[in-house]
Design a protein around this ligand. Structure first.
Ligand code: SAH
Ligand code: SF4
Length: 375
């Protein structure tokens, strides 16, 4: 088991300080940074422009990342891949890659487990282990970025080998249009705003122009509704998208599903969301897991429309992913159509999100739950 600190846990300034302490020229820090975040090196041996003694010293003192894949599952349609990673201290996190349409989206975790205890959520049912570091958040995305880039090489080779005599359209792999991660959603395990400092560090590092250089507008954070952090995030002047898990339009119902609603009820949450959109001039998204006979009634839809009327927002409707300790069921098609009709009539923009990777427990925290409970 790896016990060294990870190189991904250093900021650029910390790396520079380490390089200076080792009496190495300053430019070495930039070179290492590029190996980590531009070339996504998976071994020190690949860092060929570094002198061997420096590579050896790095290898002796720092692990090149901390994530060890434990379980790697591909959905039956082949477009969703979910990995359960073990961390050196036996914490577990889940990360999912969804390759759909023209997008390659990574759903990453920000904590191992979660302390918020939402009743319908597998992560909430399993409890909290610990916060992730900024490096551990970023590494999940880089893992899949690396995998996509490698698969590009494989496809190119395969295609070259098959070129003779084949019509061009048969050589075109639908996935080959983009071998890059196009979107990152921090909607895996954990509550991002309960790990605020590491989250912000990770966001800055994602968009570092001399590093990974990933556009902030292609990143989305989802929060259960920690009001002080929504207020704080509004002040960050970030281009990152914000989604709020609403799921119910009355305090009684929301409280029964999301215990955090006792601390931050709708009367403070919704005004904080309004202020966020006014301060940032950015649209906010609301997440709504549709649960049959619970929050999918026309009455809840009407109350929701009333609650968020006039806000620059969008509602994402997701049929519930069934979980071990929650008896609720996903809404039927008819009920979803009726719910959406109410929102449409009130001119509330909304999208029905298709559930992905059900067969591989791709929902938040489900793989960890299924594995841990089988140990
Ligand atoms: N903690 C953050 C982000 C992680 S959860 C949050 O709660 O927003 C990501 C999203 O998945 C949230 O909107 C959450 O409510 C939703 N979710 C959790 N369990 C689910 C389930 N079983 N079915 C559908 N959505 C679920
Ligand atoms: Fe935590 Fe989000 Fe799951 Fe709630 S839904 S328990 S906040 S991960």
């Amino acid at each position: 088991m790896q016990t060294q600190p990870s190189l991904y846990d250093l900021s650029f300034e910390q790396l520079q300080a380490r390089i200076a302490a080792w009496a190495q020229p300053t430019f070495r820090a930039r070179q290492i940074w590029e190996w980590l975040y531009v070339h996504l090196a998976d071994s020190y041996d690949r860092m060929t422009n570094l002198p061997k003694p420096l590579r050896d010293r790095l290898a002796a003192e720092f692990a090149l990342g901390r994530l060890t894949p434990q379980i790697d599952r591909l959905s039956s349609d082949g477009w969703t891949r979910k990995i359960l990673f073990a961390l050196p201290d036996n914490a577990y996190i889940e990360t999912v890659l969804m390759e759909y349409d023209t997008r390659n989206t990574v759903c990453a975790s920000t904590q191992a487990g979660c302390a918020m205890g939402c009743t319908f959520c597998a992560t909430g049912q399993s409890g909290f282990q610990r916060n992730l570091s900024a490096g551990e958040i970023i590494e999940q995305v880089l893992f899949f970025e690396r995998a996509l880039r490698k698969s590009e090489g494989e496809k190119e080779r395969r295609r070259d080998g098959e070129t003779v005599g084949k019509p061009v359209d048969q050589l075109t792999d639908p996935r080959s249009t983009d071998h890059r991660i196009t979107n990152v959603v921090l909607m895996g395990m954990g509550e991002p705003f309960a790990n605020y400092n590491a989250l912000l560090d990770a966001l800055h590092r994602f968009s570092d122009p001399v590093g990974y250089n990933f556009g902030a507008r292609r990143i989305t954070i989802s929060t259960v509704g920690l009001v002080p952090m929504i207020e704080r995030f509004a002040q960050e002047k970030s281009q990152v998208n914000l989604a709020v898990s609403l799921h119910a339009a009355t305090d009684d119902l929301r409280e029964s599903m999301l215990p955090i609603n006792k601390r931050y009820p709708l009367g403070v949450l919704i005004p904080a969301c309004r202020t966020y959109t006014e301060t940032t001039h950015r649209r906010i998204s609301f997440e709504w897991a549709l649960i049959e006979d619970v929050n999918d009634t026309p009455e809840q839809a009407r109350l929701l429309a009333h609650l968020i009327k006039g806000m620059v927002c969008h509602v994402n409707l997701i049929p519930l992913n069934p979980t071990r300790d929650f008896s609720g069921r996903a809404s039927t098609r008819e009920r979803i159509v009726a719910f959406r009709a109410v929102l449409d009539n009130s001119h509330i923009p909304n999208t029905l999100r298709i559930r992905r990777g059900i067969d591989i427990n791709a929902g938040c925290g489900q793989l960890r739950q299924s594995v841990i409970s089988n140990l």
